[in-house]
Write a protein that binds this ligand. Structure first.
Ligand SMILES: *[C@@H]1O[C@H](CO)[C@@H](O)[C@H](O)[C@H]1NC(C)=O
Length: 305
């Protein structure tokens, strides 16, 4: 074979492999779509103190999120564990989203190789061990693939998890199902899942960040109205270990390991925040200061003895 032909063949192979992306470089080597050329990419590092406070975003309206009969299959697609919805009746509106209502299509997880890494978004540089994404498409656009090709067509809700000493029982039906969908392309139905909003029942959904971004997987389409909540869902270390028993191949040889993309440049985007983070941080500061004051007094008295 002549050298130019070999070169052409290599390009073809590389392009074909684009469909089967991996997280070996946390997405830094993705070249499909606008992954490497876009200016509104996701995820991002959220700097709370530089976010623009907008208290007019309003409350979310979640419809049928309190229904446990809406789950379709749970599946391993080789990149994540995903739970599909059975129909198009679980919806999201309000929260300052443009063009709602939005229909929940699926939710899925992003994690890492240990409890200290895994989330896609970071807050003030800190990465959580797990992040869940609820993916919704604009109802007026008809279906997920059309919406994924339209500006502002998708609304994704992202929640962080934090390690907690005891299990979060609401997560067990999903984590237990992983043993039957551990290998790529396996799927199963859930037994006794909770109502959908039980997953984030301890999170105040009035406290969130909003920005315009994209899909965090190839082709990285810049079509997402992102919502990232600042309060976290609790999960135990034992539960986190269960999600890591998912494999990227059909034989179960190689664990998914990590499936979070590197944070991307904010460029000229504005990140909005639904509340004033400096006000809610104030009581914690006061407590810290009180503790310091008490420590100083105790230390002073101790020295007098
Ligand atoms: C959630 O946050 C909002 C905004 O700070 C606050 O008004 C509301 O009381 C909070 N809800 C709960 C249940 O803590």
């Amino acid at each position: 074979m002549e050298l130019p032909n070999l070169f052409f063949l290599l390009i073809l192979i590389t392009q074909a492999r684009g469909a089967s992306y991996n997280y070996d470089s946390n997405g830094d080597d993705w070249t499909t779509g606008v992954c490497s050329t876009g200016t509104k990419q996701s995820p991002i590092n959220i700097v709370l103190s530089s976010a623009s406070v907008d208290t007019s975003l309003g409350e979310f309206v979640l419809t049928n999120y309190d229904d446990d009969s809406k789950y379709g299959v749970i599946k391993n697609n080789g990149h994540t564990i995903q739970v599909d919805m059975a129909d198009d009746t679980v919806t999201l509106n309000g929260g300052g989203l443009d063009g709602g209502p939005f229909i929940l299509a699926q939710f899925h997880f992003h994690w890492g190789t240990s409890d200290s890494t895994g989330s896609e978004h970071t807050v003030d540089g800190n990465r959580s061990p797990l992040e869940i994404h609820f993916v919704h498409y604009k109802q007026s656009l008809g279906d997920l693939s059309t919406a994924a090709g339209t500006a502002d067509g998708l609304a994704v809700l992202g929640f962080f998890f934090e390690v907690y000493p005891s299990d979060n029982a609401y997560l067990d039906p999903f984590l237990d199902a992983i043993s039957s969908v551990a290998k790529k392309d396996q799927n199963a139905t859930l037994s006794s899942p909770p109502v959908i909003d039980a997953i984030f029942q301890n999170v105040n959904t009035s406290l969130f960040v909003r920005y315009s971004g994209g899909l965090t997987t190839p082709g990285c389409n810049e079509v997402v109205q992102w919502t990232v909540f600042t309060e976290k869902i609790r999960i135990s270390s034992v539960q986190l270990a269960k999600i890591r028993l998912s494999y990227q191949d059909t034989s179960g040889a190689t664990a998914i390991g990590k499936n979070y993309r590197s944070t991307q440049s904010i460029n000229s985007r504005t990140v909005k925040i639904s509340y004033d983070p400096s006000i809610s941080a104030a009581p914690i500061l006061t407590l810290n200061m009180l503790f310091l004051l008490l420590s100083a007094i105790v230390g002073f008295l101790y020295c007098q003895i």
